[in-house]
Design a protein around this ligand. Structure first.
Ligand code: ARG
Length: 275
């Protein structure tokens, strides 16, 4: 995770960052720090130690560490591999190098990111299918469809593409949560008819986020690290109910300050264990 000390809303690069009058949201730093800390403690409580990358004062979105690199799965050598992102907006352009340096310091190996003008936003748009060398990839608003073959080649993985349709669900991680090899939670409004068909082919059990909980509460920006527990924005009550009914263990947390910037649970961590 990245220290939230520099987290602010200083510019608007997604529809969540402004209020109805078009003004940038204000963040309460004390509340943000408390919410971030609860997330960190939740992961630690589930048995995942958390490493913290220090905040750069000039990078207000750096706390969303799911975006600057695409990580894993571990190579045959057991070394973590990552592909640095190419952020669509210049405001976030410095994040990949900082995150990459930190990972190299841990012994990870950087894969070559072809220096071309094709945006690619890490785990914002690329989700590992649980336990397989298969990536589900979103494109349209942030990552460019032309990045998909490059990612497939670098990770020697299959990549299935989904065109994103809803501006409020601008990253795939705001619209889809792989829960286990059979099950995914998804926001139907984010996908094209072809995308919905592909999802049905990939996951035998698909759980649609009820009502408007995906766009209002980031219900589909949840994270299931172990096939059982689902860390999710607490306000998404109907989604929590649905998950519980299907046998999962939802853990509701407050992420309201981060939602003002267009992110919630999933965006705020980068998993470094084999997937
Ligand atoms: N303000 C950030 C941006 O627009 C939020 C990123 C949220 N991250 C995510 N993985 N969806 O880039």
């Amino acid at each position: 995770m990245v220290d939230p000390a520099s987290f602010r809303v200083d510019y608007a690069i997604n529809p969540h960052m402004t209020d109805a009058a078009g003004n940038l949201h204000r963040v309460d730093p004390v509340r943000a720090a408390r919410q971030w800390d609860e997330l960190r403690k939740t992961y630690e409580g589930l048995g995942y130690p958390v490493l913290v990358l220090p905040a750069d004062p000039g990078l207000p979105d750096q706390v969303f560490v799911a975006n600057p690199v695409l990580a894993g799965p571990h190579s045959v050598t057991g070394r973590l591999q990552f592909l640095p992102s190419r952020m669509r907006h210049k405001e976030r352009a410095r994040e990949p190098a900082l995150c990459g340096e930190f990972l190299i310091g841990l012994g990870a190996e950087a894969l070559r990111s072809t220096p071309q003008d094709v945006p690619l936003e890490g785990h914002g748009d690329f989700l590992w299918f649980p336990g397989r060398r298969l990536l589900l990839a979103g494109y349209g608003f942030r990552s460019d469809a032309r990045a998909l073959p490059e990612v497939a080649e670098r990770f020697q993985a299959r990549v299935l593409g989904f065109e994103l349709r809803h501006p409020a669900l601008y990253h795939l991680d705001t619209a889809l949560v792989p829960l286990d090899p059979q099950t995914a939670l998804f926001a139907p409004e984010a996908f094209s008819p072809e995308g919905l068909q592909l999802l049905t082919a990939v996951f035998p059990r698909l759980l649609a986020v009820p009502g408007e909980e995906a766009t209002r509460f980031f219900a589909a920006n949840a994270h299931c690290p172990d096939g059982r527990h689902v860390v999710i924005e607490g306000e998404a009550a109907a989604t929590r109910g649905l998950l519980a009914k299907q046998g999962f263990y939802p853990i509701g947390l407050e992420t309201s300050e981060f939602r003002r910037s267009g992110g919630s649970v999933f965006c705020m961590k980068l998993p470094l264990w084999p997937t």
